[in-house]
Design a binder for this molecule. Sequence first.
Ligand code: NCD
Length: 316
Amino acid sequence: MNQSDLQIDASGKLKHFLTIEGLSVDTLEALLADAQDIYDKRQHIKPTSTPCQGQTIANLFFETSTRTRTSFELAAKRLGATVLNLMPSDLSIKKGESLADTLRTLEAMGCNGYVVRHSDNYALENLAEIAAPTTHLINAGAGTRAHPTQALLDVMTIRQSKPNLAEQKIVIVGDVLHSRVANSLITLLQKLGVGELHLVGPDHLLPEVRHQSGIHYSNNLVKSLPEADIIITLRIQFERMKSATMPNKTDYFKQYGLTKHKLEIANPNAIVMHPGPMNRNVEIADDVADGPQSVILQQIQNGVAMRMAILKKLLT
Ligand code: NCD
């Protein structure tokens, strides 16, 4: 089944939220608009209605998470849903139960929303094939392939400072190869029409195929920074690498770490982003992460509003 068939039901309604690829620009723009509206009304902090009352949402995180899991929990609670936080170490998967049987078990108890993070690139698509008609699956990070809710909250954050995407030069620097954040974000930026998109990093951390149209690839951050409006730093995904390819942290910081000095090369009003968790003074210097051009905490705030918009769209 293709991505769009998996995500949209026969009546055209969004059923699962799995990847950016399978969604139309109209659906993506509607989610961005709704999240901004929630944010403007401060409903992500102090909700005024509970549209998901009576719904039960399970958080199933097979990889660690601070902001994504917490923001999904807060989003669900602020919409009035009941939330189950299921730790893999407590689940019968440890006894050999399959993920599919875990889903069927929770469905039998009336759970209808599932926020899933898994190391398998296709874990969610596999679940979508066997899910009950009343089940809604949301991708909270799948392998190195997709992290679509992060992509949306990143674009929401960009637009709050730089409303016209088509005029922006965006530099994404770091471990692009292993980054599901970069994968989904690149797809979303290209769908919505970005000005210039530059992917920067050491050779072995850039995508193997480098001829996607509209994308510039470089090993030189300093040369890529002039006139940049948005700089997105990525975590080195040490857990997804073989030891032979792991960069030396000090050398990496020298070449690719975003310091104050390097930031001065970009546009004076450039914004700096990082999806978190940050390795300070490896990918980004302390004074840049905490400096006036950083919108990293704004990304986190927007995460709650964006996840409220997505849950509302699927579950009401
Ligand atoms: C990212 C993830 O887990 O994919 N974090 C996040 O969700 N905000 C990025 C990372 O782990 O580097």
